[in-house]
Design a protein around this ligand. Sequence first.
Ligand SMILES: [Zn+2]
Length: 166
Amino acid sequence: MTSYTKEVISDLIAGQLPWPQTRRIMSTYKDEDRFFKVIEVLQERVPWDDPILLPISDHLFICQSGSERVTKCECGHSFGDYRRNWKLQALINVRCTEASLREIYPNNDIPDPDWMEIREFICPDCSTIHEVEAAAPGYPIVHDFEPDLEGFYREWLKKPLPEGPS
Ligand SMILES: [Zn+2]
């Protein structure tokens, strides 16, 4: 059986791996228990009761919220339906000037602001920076992935996706 390093597992838990890789690791493990143990730990960490269906980054989760499945911040802020790009509902800080780039690269060469900007996606309630992306100015906001939630539960976890109240 393939064994993965602790870093890979922790990236997996933190949702920092691309979706296809996450699926591959999940399927290699053949250990749906692991997934639910992780979910259990995460669920204890958050101050709300909506069941977590899938962690997508350190402090961001897809969860069952009443009859909806939403992307939710650890603080409880909802970014709406998980199939929509949550980044469009976030506060966005764009670093597109030398001075603002210098704040995050104090000792290094900074990227040329004519060619690259840094976008920080921030929770409007708790100010957590959920994601940072580098892109050419004018390039559309990246939709990282839309997880196949049903397929993931059915094929990899062999469990039905928990249903919300109807
Ligand atoms: Zn928040």
